[in-house]
Design a protein around this ligand. Structure first.
Ligand code: MRU
Length: 356
């Protein structure tokens, strides 16, 4: 499997592949403060919910090392407040960002204050390693529920990029696809191009082809045609935030795919780690939806394609209601027909959550 440094620690800096340059170039950039990492997240150097969670965690660590180099602050929480605010505000929808920050925040207090930067770095690295392990577990569990067999092929549709590039490695939706290809060779993937930012065309196609996976690119408006012709046996996507009732926010264009899947009675799988589930968000209606610059819609490849003066609405995500989700695949378990009770049960017995 191809390995990319999506967000890693290297020689005292945060190193990230610049995903804006793909599929043309593999460029790596290095960052030395929380503010720089926040800007990298905002400008899509790194994107994808678990990947931006990792980036934010390393962003906190690098900020602490930067501050320590100027003389250890009297109060770590105060000194870190500005950097944390920049990271937190960088993108609003994917909950992994806030989740990672809140996981590191308690380490700013208690224990030896001189050890804070090291403590943050250890925890950031733990988040990265856990994410890779979670992706592999989701891959196995997701592949278990696909109708795979050695003597027939299966065709799957995925949207946006929920792959190695969107996580610490291996991917969520693409992790399921990878696991399926490892069990049975004949997996055909349709990747929708994902207008306006083209994560499907630029990133999913790139990383699947690198792994030698049979991948066919379609434009987003072709999905209905393919599904109605029986050319897709399941839709497999990731998520940016899953609400307590199982509603799932993912890349704009995901919701219509769930409607198509229901209409044509094919499974619609949402694959995400527990770090993407936000029990504090009651339903999908409470999930903040990022709006992105108009130029993403009015321009294509740097050239204006829209009539001058037209108004633009550019929401980056939509919400698929839980009732349209066949199964939510997490690293802990697969939840069929998710609802509030079943989503809550996923957390039973975990630290900070009541036991059964
Ligand atoms: O705007 P992006 O590229 O960050 O959106 C990414 C997605 O919508 C992914 O599907 C989601 O983050 C899941 S990544 C495993």
């Amino acid at each position: 499997m191809s390995i990319f440094d999506v967000a890693v620690w290297k020689e005292g800096k945060v190193r990230m592949m610049d995903q804006r340059a793909l599929p043309h170039e593999e460029i790596y950039l290095e960052f030395t403060s929380a503010q720089e990492v926040a800007q990298a997240i905002r400008s899509m150097v790194v994107r994808g919910a678990p990947a931006i969670g990792c980036a934010a965690a390393f962003g906190m660590a690098v900020e602490a090392f930067r501050l320590a180099a100027q003389g250890r602050p009297d109060s770590w929480p105060l000194a870190m407040a500005e950097g944390i605010a920049h990271l937190r505000e960088s993108r609003p929808t994917a909950i992994n960002l806030a989740w990672a920050i809140e996981r590191l925040r308690p380490l700013l207090e208690g224990g030896d204050p001189d050890q804070v930067p090291e403590r943050l770095l250890r925890e950031a690295e733990a988040i990265r390693q856990e994410d890779i392990a979670s992706c592999r577990a989701m891959g196995r569990l997701g592949a278990d529920i696909l109708p795979l067999s050695a003597n027939r092929s299966i065709s799957l549709l995925t949207h946006c990029n929920a792959g190695a590039l969107a996580t610490a490695g291996y991917g969520t939706a693409l992790g399921v696809i990878r696991a399926a290809t490892q069990r049975f060779a004949q997996v055909k993937v349709y990747a929708s191009e994902t207008r306006p930012y083209l994560q499907g065309a630029r990133l999913t196609a790139w990383e699947l082809l690198k792994d030698g996976i049979d991948t066919t690119l379609i434009t987003d408006n072709m999905a209905g045609h393919l599904i109605s012709r029986g050319m897709v046996e399941a839709v497999v996507v990731g998520a940016d935030r899953v609400a307590a009732n199982g509603d799932a926010a993912n890349k704009i264009g995901t919701y219509p795919l769930s409607v198509l899947a229901q209409r044509h009675r094919i499974p619609f799988l949402v694959v995400c780690p527990l770090s993407t589930i936000d029990l504090a968000t009651t339903t999908g209606a409470d999930i903040p939806i990022e709006e992105r610059p108009a130029e993403e819609v009015t321009h294509c490849l740097g050239r204006r394609t829209a009539a001058q003066g037209v108004q633009v609405f550019n929401p980056a995500f939509d919400v698929t209601p839980a009732e349209l989700i066949t199964a939510l695949v997490t690293e802990r378990a697969v939840v069929h027909a998710p609802n509030t009770e079943k989503v809550a049960a996923l957390f039973h017995g975990l630290p900070g959550h009541p036991g059964r």
